[in-house]
Design a protein around this ligand. Structure first.
Ligand SMILES: [Zn+2]
Length: 359
């Protein structure tokens, strides 16, 4: 009885929050019956209130308990089991992309982003409850401020988990990394996160196929990751400003930023080209210009070095081509630039301090 009722709750939840179409209801009910190994559905009236469910946590926990009690999953696989079911309740990637475009046309880009973001929260992909535990504060210094976040939402591996991981044979990895497009719908393993409930939208950057998804452990509002469909390393070159501008043309409600093309920066994964962005104005965006520069060929641009904690050149202009061309020139010059007196060195022997070109 408990399992039958649980299936009805899941269906009602999916109809209310995950856009489950009534034509798909019987079909999805039958799949849930198979997965939960129940022969026939609940037949009495349903007395279940799903109003005001901001997050799926309560249902998720109920499902975990049911799976453990009935031997459908063990402690190691219970989260994957739930992710699988919430993924099943979520529209397929093709439907998400279709709806995203339609909403963008009718109600604008923010409404389209709200649609995707809300689905990703309601299907448990974005860990909203965990994110709320992050510590956050501002530090002021002169005219500038920094925003400091301690990310407590990302689960750390225990010593036991690590010991278990070491016993797993290392074969060919699939997906290649956690950013690859093959993660969308991936069941997950002990070493790779479950992504059955991940949904992404396509975007074209610099003539290449890319996609946008949200970060499950956000540091700021609508923290998104924009990823190349190809598993190629981070690479900053003359084309980068154009790709970034293509993104803000498609998503004028979000900012975007690129990592350096170095193999490792902190904990970032730079073996797969990606950018990060979102609905946030970063403290650096408020910084003022410290020193203004001019260049005759770019007289339409406002260029200056910011009063900021690290080296920033701000380029402001109304002509996209001009901004991109100046950005490309700065990148080219920076790769060749050395100033040993101030300990800026662009190359050691013949190895550039930027990752070698891949194209
Ligand atoms: Zn990858």
């Amino acid at each position: 009885m408990e399992g039958k009722l649980l299936i009805e709750k899941l269906l009602k939840y999916a109809k209310s929050y995950l856009h489950l179409n009534e034509y798909d209801e019987v079909y999805v009910r039958n799949i849930l019956l198979s997965i939960l190994k129940i022969p026939c559905p609940y037949e009495q009236d349903l007395d279940f209130n799903i109003q005001s469910m901001d997050v799926p946590d309560k249902l998720w926990q109920e499902l975990i308990r049911y799976a453990l009690d009935n031997g459908l999953a063990d402690k190691d696989s219970a989260e994957r089991f739930c992710t699988d079911i919430f993924g099943l309740l979520t529209p397929k990637p093709s439907e998400i992309n279709k709806e995203f475009l339609l909403i963008r046309q009718q109600n604008g880009i923010q409404a389209a982003c709200d649609y995707l973001y809300d689905i990703c929260v309601k299907n448990g992909y974005i860990q909203k409850t965990a994110i709320a535990k992050n510590l956050k504060w501002e530090a002021k210094e002169g005219d500038n401020k920094l925003e400091i976040t301690i990310n407590l939402s990302k689960p750390e591996k225990s010593n036991k988990d690590v010991a278990k991981l070491l016993t797993i044979p290392q074969g060919k990895k699939y997906p290649d990394c956690v950013l690859c497009k093959e993660n969308e719908g991936f069941e997950g393993t002990l070493t790779h996160p479950a992504r059955r409930n991940l949904r992404t939208v396509k975007v074209n950057l610099g003539g290449e196929k890319w996609f946008m998804q949200y970060s499950p452990y956000a540091y700021y509002d609508e923290h998104c990751i924009v990823i190349n469909e190809e598993h190629v390393p981070m690479y900053v070159d003359q084309k980068t400003p154009d790709k970034l501008l293509d993104f803000v043309d498609a998503f004028p409600n979000y900012f975007i930023g690129s990592n350096a093309s170095l193999p490792i920066v902190g904990g970032s994964i730079l073996n797969h080209e990606h950018y990060q962005g979102g609905r946030h104005i970063m403290p650096m965006h408020y910084a003022k210009i410290k020193k203004q520069y001019t260049k005759p060929e770019f007289s339409d641009l406002n260029v200056g070095i910011l009063d900021w904690f690290n080296s920033v050149i701000q380029i402001e202009g109304k002509d996209r081509q001009s901004v991109a061309a100046f950005g490309a020139e700065v990148i080219t010059k920076w790769k060749e630039f050395s100033c040993p007196e101030c300990e800026i060195i662009n190359m050691t022997d013949k190895t550039p301090h930027l990752q070698k070109g891949r194209r």
